[in-house]
Design a protein around this ligand. Structure first.
Ligand code: GLY
Length: 331
């Protein structure tokens, strides 16, 4: 399971989004007024889910661009895009959030703006739009991160409704996945999970969603939302990279980034911060994303993907899993 040569092959595999998806209307990357990039998670997706997932990602960029055109802040555009993905059970976020071993659906999310304002929730339960609660933490509290019951309470105070986020699809997956663990004592469960800890493909951690947006006044915002690890199941209380500023999400006046993949490794490498640091140093976001993923793979031997946007509206995406679905729109 833990192949010592695995890191070598990961180092060789950094994929880029095809060039024709990155070019502006004239075949070159223009400076853009408004722009939005979204991702639906890094890792293998069943063939029959590819087209419907892509349609929702495309729709999410359309919604976000409309919001930007109406003069809404980039953070609202990110929220509109991510809310749409959280509404679908095809992504591991919101309604599609994966179940933990003990049967709960527990969501993590974070958001950040180019003014360095940020907010996050971890282990949020019973509320679909985790990214919206992260925004509430940012805008309505003196905190950056709220965890567990306190995050649900905040959501209820601001008019969000409790709902059961268990879907038939996820219950079916949970019933199968828990067989591998449920008979084992706790310490054996931990040992098994540690053995699988570096691969987004094997562990099925994909499905996290994220977005980065730029408004015509040069402001940026980004956000990331997840149900955590999809398979095999993890224990109650585990928190990955998504709600951690710098790991799952990072933004400043130069650029913004949203990461997906193996949360523990992304956290060690502070992947989103690394991408923005490279943009700050003068790299195009595509170059920054590729270099950061290469470094991440070499440092951690693990798997991830990242999207990025800079203050000129230029974008990038890179991953070292077999795939990562993205969509980009600008005007
Ligand atoms: N990247 C999502 C997680 O590991 O929780």
């Amino acid at each position: 399971m833990d192949d010592p040569d695995r890191h070598k092959s990961l180092r060789r595999r950094t994929y880029r989004v095809p060039l024709n998806q990155m070019l502006g209307r004239e075949g070159r990357q223009d400076i853009m007024l408004r722009a939005i990039i979204v991702h639906g998670g890094a890792g293998r997706v069943p063939g029959d889910e590819l087209a419907p997932r892509q349609a929702i990602l495309d729709q999410a960029t359309g919604l976000a661009l409309d919001a930007l055109s109406q003069g809404q802040a980039p953070l609202l555009a990110v929220e509109h895009a991510v809310n749409l993905l959280e509404d679908s059970d095809l992504f591991n976020a919101g309604r599609g959030g994966a179940m933990r071993l003990e049967g709960s659906v527990s969501l993590d999310a974070s958001c950040m703006t180019s003014e360095l304002d940020c907010g996050a929730v971890a282990d949020l339960r019973g509320i679909r739009h985790a990214i919206s609660i992260a925004r509430l933490v940012m805008e309505e509290t003196p905190y950056v991160l709220l965890v567990g019951r306190a995050s649900t309470e905040l959501a209820l105070q601001f008019g969000h409704q409790l709902e059961d986020l268990h879907t038939e699809r996820n219950i079916r997956r949970w019933l199968t996945a828990r067989q591998a663990l449920e008979q084992l004592p706790y310490k054996e469960q931990l040992r098994l999970l540690r053995g699988l800890a570096s691969s987004a493909e094997e562990t099925g951690r994909h499905g996290t969603v994220g977005a980065v947006a730029l408004s015509d006044d040069g402001r940026l915002a980004c956000g990331t939302s997840t149900g955590g690890i999809a398979s095999p199941l993890t224990h109650e209380g585990r928190v990955g990279d998504t709600p951690l500023i710098g790991a799952g999400t990072y933004c400043n006046e130069y650029g913004g980034a949203s990461s997906t993949g193996v949360g523990e490794a992304i956290t060690r490498a502070t992947l989103s911060r690394e991408v923005v640091r490279l943009i700050e140093s003068g790299l195009h976001p595509q170059e920054a994303a590729e270099r950061a993923i290469e470094r991440f793979a070499a440092q951690t031997g693990s798997e991830a993907g990242v999207i990025a946007l800079d203050r000129r509206g230029r974008h990038g995406a890179a991953y070292n899993t077999s795939m990562m679905q993205t969509a980009f729109a600008h005007d």
